[in-house]
Design a protein around this ligand. Structure first.
Ligand SMILES: [Zn+2]
Length: 360
């Protein structure tokens, strides 16, 4: 790269750098390395370095944040501000880049916060559905015994500390749990942290899960909630996960999406669409609704096995009847759906004509 002025090529502007376009400037960088005044090069030992041609100084490595701080003269961190003479159009381009990076950063932070709030809402709704399911069922006697002195919590404290075991016998059960939790909380020793990391990595690797699973925001929630539990906590069984927990999670998301569908359709209306699909030998019809914020709300997946076993076909009448039943369930007042979409197959096209009669 040369620092000859005649080598300067204005970067493509319109879409990539609206700030520069708006201010009538001729330079726009997606990265600080795009500037012909910042040179990336390898030294004699082949190590990466970069040089600022505004001031002539050079640095080891390839740190975008540091390079941008240098040329934009941001007095943040330990990066030395550029002492060279930076032409105004370069200065504007560096500042525009810095602003866009900071906006990206705060947008990422905001997205993370919004996601977290959304997940908390979903989880608390799932929790209330799940607890509701539980309260409608008679508890087996074994579970009732669990909160007595024979519970694993009390047993573990009794063997570990006489003080805690005395406390747990004298105070109400909730306080006993809290006392034990306080003992568990606090700073993590390096050994405990390493053991946890090993266990997490082992679980991910042995199950062939994606290596970034541990960075998943849902996994972060797992860790946080487990930290709130006592040492007697045991993860749910496959039956619990595939049973009550699956039902509660499904209902929670379904209610959320349905609520959004009802809300948005007041303004925009909603489209209904679907198609037949046979997956691993199971004949199905999927039925979805679309609104601006969720183009694919799955209303239901109809299992057509019994109908087909009885000699039926996925003909227009059958499809129309099944889908109309769903439409009536979601939209009894016939005020939401203003469009039905199908592909060109003759059975669904005819079904559409039948449905039109009932949902004009
Ligand atoms: Zn410099």
């Amino acid at each position: 790269m040369s620092d000859n002025e005649s080598d300067m090529t204005p970067a493509p502007l319109e879409e990539t750098c609206p700030i520069a376009v708006a201010s009538g400037q001729g330079l726009c960088f997606q990265l600080v390395w795009d500037s012909d005044k910042i040179e990336l090069y390898n030294d004699k030992e082949g190590k990466q370095r970069w040089r600022c041609h505004h001031c002539g100084e050079n640095w080891a490595g390839k740190n975008h944040t540091k390079a941008l701080r240098h040329v934009s003269r941001t007095l943040k961190g330990d990066m030395k501000p550029c002492s060279g003479k930076i032409p105004p159009h370069y200065k504007d381009a560096y500042m525009a880049l810095l602003r866009s990076k900071e906006e990206d950063k705060s947008a990422r932070k905001e997205r993370k916060e919004v996601l977290d709030i959304g997940l908390t809402t979903t989880d608390s709704r799932t929790l209330s559905i799940y607890q509701d399911q539980k309260s409608h069922r008679k508890r087996p006697p074994k579970e009732l015994q669990d909160l007595t002195l024979a519970s694993p919590l009390t047993v573990s404290t009794a063997s570990g500390s006489t003080f805690l075991s005395t406390v747990s016998r004298k105070v109400p059960k909730h306080a006993s749990l809290q006392t034990t939790l306080n003992g568990v909380r606090g700073t993590t020793s390096a050994e405990a942290r390493h053991k946890a990391n090993v266990a997490i990595a082992h679980w991910i690797l042995a199950n062939d899960n994606a290596h970034n699973s541990a960075e998943d925001p849902l996994f972060a929630r797992v860790v946080r909630h487990v930290q709130q539990c006592g040492t007697d906590f045991k993860p749910p069984s496959r039956y619990e996960i595939g049973g009550d927990l699956l039902d509660a999670t499904y209902s929670s998301y379904y209610d959320e999406e349905k609520g959004r569908l009802m809300q948005e359709s007041k303004i925009f209306g909603a489209s209904l669409y679907g198609d037949g699909a046979t997956i691993k030998g199971t004949p199905m019809i999927n039925v979805l609704a679309s609104t601006p914020s969720n183009p694919s709300f799955v209303i239901d997946v109809i299992d057509c096995t019994e109908h087909m076993q009885a000699g039926g076909k996925k003909d227009a009448k059958y499809i129309a009847l099944e889908m109309l039943a769903l439409m009536h369930r979601v939209d009894p007042g016939k005020t939401i759906f203003n469009q039905i979409l199908f592909d060109g197959a003759s059975n669904v096209q005819k079904a559409g004509l039948i449905m039109e009669q009932h949902f004009p």
